[in-house]
Design a binder for this molecule. Structure first.
Ligand SMILES: *[C@@H]1O[C@H](CO)[C@@H](O)[C@H](O)[C@H]1NC(C)=O
Ligand SMILES: *[C@@H]1O[C@H](CO)[C@@H](O)[C@H](O)[C@H]1NC(C)=O
Ligand SMILES: *[C@@H]1O[C@H](CO)[C@@H](O)[C@H](O)[C@H]1NC(C)=O
Ligand SMILES: *[C@@H]1O[C@H](CO)[C@@H](O)[C@H](O)[C@H]1NC(C)=O
Ligand SMILES: *[C@@H]1O[C@H](CO)[C@@H](O)[C@H](O)[C@H]1NC(C)=O
Length: 446
């Protein structure tokens, strides 16, 4: 029996890897789309985790406070990217025509799916706003929280709760979705002050804005990568699938990639027919570009700033949990922000730090910095404070369970659960972070 199962498994994998020339029937579609990955594709599930367990070792524990920083949900492309996608979509009939002339390597069903694909007008109209899936991502996270921590969240009211958003309606909409998942009552949403002190300190960090955010040189490694044979081969394969006599700039290629990933529905598990234009390797090449961009803009490639700025929300977690220990804290604190913040948090914690920086000349397939898992839509860091007592003892102590995208964060403490002592040791250095490196305040909001 076991042998039979093994044979079937091996056969399926072999079939999957070697015999599927078409996209529509490829059972192992590549679903990792850098920071535009739907949350559903990579998430864990807080309900399955150790959070459900009320005893750690020989102790009895109860959750008393939750702290979460979450990225907004799946959103539409910005104006510029939407224009590029629209420009590409005007070639749809030509792609179909070139297939009919025998000048495209696409499969019949893939062409038919491209032909039948309906333009989602919302995607091109409500620039940057979260889409239906993005809204649902946040509703679902809150609902899973409620199932995992009913004693804390079932009756949540404004006095127990704080939700703060960074700038932009996609943040407020994500917060509304999160609240809707928590309770039918009307919970108040606060927008952070213009300086975004806790949940987006980079927005007001002058030197970071000048040296990194507005510095085109940070994309130098990306430019190097687009010149490699690996990238150029991807482009050649793409041209053969399109079968068009056109020139593709890297902006055109990004637009085609965007069309594929923005129209992929994670929660409905509905692949985008446009992804048929790429092979798995092509998607890995494009994913790497996303990794490089995040690395040099928000990650270890700009660690002079990111390491400092990432400490600010982390020190807030410690402060909030100290208040909760004293009985003066909130049941739930939620910050809704950008991928940038979550990337910086990783740097402050020295997580997924590669020994060698990400380079344009070489794509290390074993790299730790993978934006698909580190900065997808609705990306989140969760801390849960537990009050514990040993059986028969009247003294309390505390544990903090940490999660990344609802998976236990195993890198910092055993099984993702820190004793209070361990938690303090890790987070105390972040208190009173010195932001002198920013030099001056940036006041433009974007
Ligand atoms: C490439 O981009 C340019 C500039 O936006 C546009 O004019 C052209 O039609 C695009 N080509 C394709 C194949 O998308
Ligand atoms: C919810 O509260 C806000 C202010 O806190 C108010 O503007 C809004 O109208 C309320 N909505 C409902 C449905 O009560
Ligand atoms: C940022 O805003 C908060 C809340 O309004 C305020 O307490 C803090 O002092 C401000 N920080 C700076 C650097 O202006
Ligand atoms: C067929 O596709 C190739 C690119 O793969 C292109 O060079 C050629 O011009 C195309 N032929 C026609 C008739 O479009
Ligand atoms: C990342 O790792 C490198 C090499 O191991 C190390 O030199 C660097 O200090 C680390 N970065 C941070 C921000 O901890």
């Amino acid at each position: 029996m076991k042998l039979l199962i093994s044979i079937i498994v091996i056969w399926c994998c072999v079939k999957c890897v070697f015999t599927s020339q078409c996209y529509w029937n490829n059972a192992c579609k590549y679903k990792y789309f850098s920071s535009k990955t739907p949350y559903e594709i990579i998430r864990g599930d807080i309900r399955d985790s150790i959070a459900k367990r009320r005893d750690f070792g020989n102790k009895q524990c109860e959750p008393i406070s939750i702290w979460v920083t979450v990225r907004h949900g799946k959103r539409n492309p910005s104006t510029k990217f939407a224009e590029d996608i629209k420009a590409f979509l005007t070639y749809r009939d030509d792609i179909i025509a070139s297939y009919k002339m025998g000048n495209s390597t696409l499969c019949a069903q893939d062409i038919e799916n491209i032909k039948n694909w309906e333009v989602d007008t919302d995607m091109f109209v409500r620039h940057n706003e979260i889409d239906a899936e993005g809204y649902q991502e946040l509703v679902n996270i809150a609902q899973r929280f409620k199932e995992a921590f009913p004693e804390l969240l079932n009756e949540i009211q404004n006095k127990d709760y704080e939700i703060l958003t960074a700038y932009g309606s996609r943040m407020t909409d994500s917060a509304k979705a999160f609240n809707e998942g928590l309770t039918p009552y009307n919970l108040t949403i606060s927008e952070a002050e213009n300086n975004y002190s806790v949940l987006a300190p980079y927005a007001s960090c002058g030197r970071y804005q000048i040296d990194v955010r507005r510095n085109p040189n940070i994309y130098a490694e990306e430019v190097v990568y687009t010149g490699t044979a690996e990238y150029q081969n991807m482009k050649e394969r793409l041209l053969r699938k399109l079968g068009l006599d056109v020139d593709l700039t890297s902006n055109n290629i990004t637009a085609i990639y965007d069309l594929c990933r923005y129209s992929w529905e994670g929660i409905n598990n509905k692949p985008s027919p446009w992804c048929a234009l790429f092979t798995e390797e092509d998607l890995q090449v494009l994913e790497y570009i996303g990794d490089i961009r995040h690395y040099y803009r928000n990650g270890y490639g700009a660690s002079k700033y990111t390491k400092i700025l990432g400490q600010i929300p982390l020190s807030d977690m410690l402060t909030k949990f100290e208040e909760a220990k004293r009985g003066r804290g909130k049941t739930l604190v939620t910050y809704v922000t950008h991928a940038t913040m979550l990337d910086m948090i990783l740097v402050a914690l020295n997580l997924h730090n590669d020994t060698n920086p990400l380079m344009g000349t070489h794509r290390n397939i074993y790299r730790k910095w993978r934006s698909t898992f580190l900065s997808p839509f609705a990306n989140n860091l969760i801390g849960v404070l537990y009050r514990c007592s040993s059986y028969g003892s009247i003294d309390y102590d505390y544990n903090v369970a940490l999660y990344w995208n609802e998976l236990p964060l195993l890198e910092l403490c055993k099984e993702g659960v820190c004793s209070w002592w361990e938690f303090q040791k890790l987070f105390k250095p972040f208190l009173n972070t010195n932001v002198d490196v920013c030099e001056f305040r940036w006041t433009t909001v974007d």
